[in-house]
Design a protein around this ligand. Structure first.
Ligand code: SAM
Length: 224
């Protein structure tokens, strides 16, 4: 799809912003109510540090997870913003990660063969995709039996809280400013209903305003 000049500027700026965030020290972003991780860096390490084989990362951004992956995985990226590519390649080289390829497309239609990958990773992406249920179908299609879907996502706050009201009020403007990101998706519930098995899901908060409520964990595809 051809982007308008204004959209191109927006996507370039967003890619640059993500690259600056990738450089940030996530040990300073504390977690509240998480049973085993004290900060965001520890959590990313726990989620992706044990993965093996062929790994597809959707919405890879500027490569915030690269420093935590084992170096011997085969990594395939699915990232619709073409301006992320240079940052992904640069970060992969710095972290010694082998990039098999980067598909410049949305996760609603992933150019990867059926039942061919060991894990799919999504961190802070399901808030932005246009059709989360379609993305879950694609993830299940490409994962091998008993494959792992690893996720870390910000979600809607509990109803009747001030954060919930703020999220609903800000959402229309937020989506426009932050590249389609929805503040108020109930992604934990959506994952629970998407047909995965053996779901280990942790609810917790990040020590940041507005997007503090989070879910993270791993879900599996059924054995064949
Ligand atoms: C907030 S960034 C997160 C980047 C990275 N995963 C991280 O943890 O820092 C959201 C990413 O999702 C990407 N994205 C947006 N819509 C998408 C879609 N439909 N399919 C896959 N990725 C998408 C954006 O281009 C962006 O790179």
């Amino acid at each position: 799809m051809q982007l308008s000049p204004l959209s191109q500027v927006g996507q370039r700026l967003f890619a640059w912003q993500m690259s600056k965030m990738t450089d940030a020290d996530e040990r300073t972003i504390e977690l509240k109510h998480h049973p085993s991780c004290a900060n965001l860096a520890q959590l990313r390490q726990t989620l992706v540090g044990q993965l093996q084989g062929r790994v597809v990362e959707i919405g890879a951004g500027a490569g915030a997870n690269f420093r935590y992956y084992p170096q011997d995985i085969e990594w395939i990226g699915v990232e619709p913003n073409p301006f992320m590519q240079q940052y992904l390649e640069q970060e992969a080289e710095e972290q010694g990660l082998q990039v098999e390829r980067i598909e410049t497309c949305g996760a609603e239609s992933i150019a990867v063969a059926d039942h061919s990958v060991d894990a799919v990773v999504s961190t802070h992406v399901l808030c932005s995709v246009s059709d989360p249920d379609r993305v879950f179908e694609e993830i299940q299609r490409i994962l091998k039996p008993q494959g792992q879907f690893v996720f870390l996502e910000h979600v809607a706050a509990d109803a009747n809280t001030w954060t919930h009201r703020l999220q609903n009020g800000l959402n229309p403007v937020w989506k426009r400013v932050f590249d389609g990101c929805h503040l108020n998706r109930t992604t934990g519930e959506a994952i629970a209903q998407a047909g995965f098995t053996d779901i280990q899901l942790q609810e917790f908060e990040l020590n940041v305003p507005i997007v503090s409520p989070h879910v993270a964990g791993v879900a599996h595809t059924p054995a064949s």
